[in-house]
Design a protein around this ligand. Structure first.
Ligand SMILES: N[C@@H](CCC(=O)N[C@@H](CS)C(=O)NCC(=O)O)C(=O)O
Length: 253
């Protein structure tokens, strides 16, 4: 692992969702998962000592199916608490471990941050997966254009003044918005490699932002190499991926 966390041994089937009395945060993760990476980034930002439990998504243990209602990572366990969905986990962590705050204190700015996290989850990442999974060349073109529209939208918004002060999305301080996007910009190499789409060089503000994300210690500690992502996303690109996420993303309209 590059985040200084040794993965805990994969719990055996005897582990259940009722025998947990630990007071240490545990994040159930899979190394390749961008959503789990988001929560690991947040925990590192907050310097919370956590247990990293890696599971094999192709061979999910029974105990995992009991603690993860959607059968997906990440899942957070903390004492008796179980939370899933990375955006919800991250907001929970920001409330339970308030320092440093990763959401703006002003309610309007906080709402803006949530809008961008929602944009990332419901538009950006969906286009990311659909473009990678699509096998039909014409449809790939459609999704490629859609991704380019998203990038232009981000660039324009950053330059518009409200978000433009940088280096992070909400300004000088790293926030949950940055944690939400960072894993997907890191995985952009897969789109470049398999679908010939790059961040246009004229999007200088976007480039500054993604560079600031890459340099962030929490992101660096959880990052993987270009080759790693190219290899791990090959089944998405060649149409053979059969996990729940691949299936759900193919079906999304
Ligand atoms: N909306 C969820 C997405 C989580 C997700 O899709 N996780 C993937 C791995 S990246 C997963 O566990 N998929 C299960 C599978 O493919 O079987 C979140 O934000 O936590």
């Amino acid at each position: 692992m590059t985040d200084g966390q040794k993965p805990k041994k994969i719990p055996s089937e005897s582990d259940s969702d009722t025998d947990r009395s630990q007071s240490k945060v545990e994040i159930i993760s899979a190394d390749v998962c961008p959503f789990a990476q988001r929560s690991r980034i947040v925990l590192l930002e907050k310097e919370v000592d956590f247990i990293l439990s890696e599971i094999d998504l192709k061979n999910k243990p029974d105990w995992f199916l009991r603690v993860s209602p959607y059968s997906k990572v990440p899942v957070l366990r903390y004492g008796e608490t179980r939370i899933y969905e990375s955006a919800i986990i991250n907001e929970y962590l920001d409330e339970v471990f308030p320092k440093p705050p990763l959401m703006p204190s002003d309610p309007e700015r906080r709402a803006e941050a949530r809008i961008w996290i929602d944009f990332c989850d419901n538009r950006f990442t969906v286009t990311f997966y659909k473009l990678l999974l699509e096998q039909d060349k014409d449809k790939q073109n459609e999704y490629r254009n859609c991704m380019l529209d998203h990038l232009l939208f981000l660039e324009t918004k950053m330059l518009s003044g409200t978000y433009g002060s940088g280096p992070y999305w909400m300004g000088k301080t790293f926030s949950l918005v940055d944690a939400s996007f960072a894993p997907f910009f890191e995985r952009f190499v897969a789109l470049e490699h398999y679908r010939d789409v790059t961040i246009p060089p004229q999007h200088t503000r976007l480039k500054e932002w993604t560079t600031a994300l890459e340099r962030r210690e929490s992101v660096k500690k959880t990052s993987r190499s270009r080759d790693y992502f190219i290899a791990r996303y090959a089944p998405y690109a060649d149409g053979t991926a059969e996990g729940i996420t691949a299936k759900e993303m193919r079906e999304k309209t």
